[in-house]
Design a binder for this molecule. Structure first.
Ligand SMILES: [Fe+2]
Ligand SMILES: [Fe+2]
Length: 237
């Protein structure tokens, strides 16, 4: 944790400065990606947590080995963008359809006894559809504009005004979409009672809940890298 961290620091700033702190927030069920713009003291008050306790837990991560490969804030923007595309976007493209198929299947088979899975399936279908559009906007419009502006700045040239306008407009949409997708996956988590497997279900049910949990974990890190690091730097452009 950074020495300058206080209760006034936002959760997003704390995790952006040191990704090891993400574990502390995960352990307390604190959202560090979509809800990252909230001050630590506000979140503690809302969750009934002692600020001093959380600060000392955050300080304790300094004793854990630092992994330079997790130093995302120090990465050059084009590299961070390529990393997001090659890891998180690739994960979504590989898994979205399969998870949607699994949730539909358990809704068909277990919806009678567990009506929540019917809702989960409908919500996941919407997440998958919205995510496809979101990734296209990032990969075809927003990321290339950020890369061009960055390259112009490095070359000492004036950035293209259209690119700057694209970045400004995309940031508004992308932030809104992150909030909506984040809310939707948290609704799924609540409906599934934190992905608790009921006693009377089949193996597909077990695999589906595991995949949904994995999806949420991947999304948290993905949205964190965008909201708290990439989008902040793009906004400064
Ligand atoms: Fe993304
Ligand atoms: Fe995104």
């Amino acid at each position: 944790m950074q020495k300058s961290t206080t209760g006034k620091s936002t959760i997003g700033e704390i995790v952006a400065a040191d990704f090891r702190t993400a574990t502390v927030f995960e352990n307390h069920g604190i959202d560090f990606c979509c809800g990252g713009r909230v001050a630590l003291e506000t979140t503690c008050a809302e969750k009934g947590l002692e600020l001093a306790t959380i600060l000392s837990e955050l300080e304790a991560v300094d004793n854990e080995p630092a992994d330079r490969s997790q130093n995302y804030s120090s990465w050059a923007l084009p590299f961070l963008i390529d990393y997001i595309v090659n890891t998180h976007h690739a994960y979504l493209k590989e898994n979205d359809e399969q998870i949607a198929a699994y949730t539909r299947k358990i809704a068909d088979v277990h919806g009678g006894h567990h009506p929540e899975v019917i809702q989960i399936s409908a919500i996941f279908d919407k997440i998958a559809a919205d995510m496809t559009i979101h990734l296209i906007e990032e990969e075809d419009v927003f990321f290339p504009a950020v890369k061009r502006v960055k390259a112009a700045r490095i070359a000492g040239l004036t950035a293209n005004a259209n690119d700057l306008e694209t970045i400004r407009a995309s940031l508004l949409t992308l932030h809104r979409e992150h909030d909506a997708i984040g809310d939707a996956i948290h609704t799924i988590r609540n409906l599934s009672q934190d992905y608790t497997i009921p006693g009377d279900v089949c193996n597909t049910f077990v695999v589906t809940y595991k995949k949904l949990k994995e999806f949420e974990d991947d999304l948290h890190k993905h949205v964190h890298l965008e909201n708290n690091i990439l989008f902040q730097k793009a906004a400064e452009m």
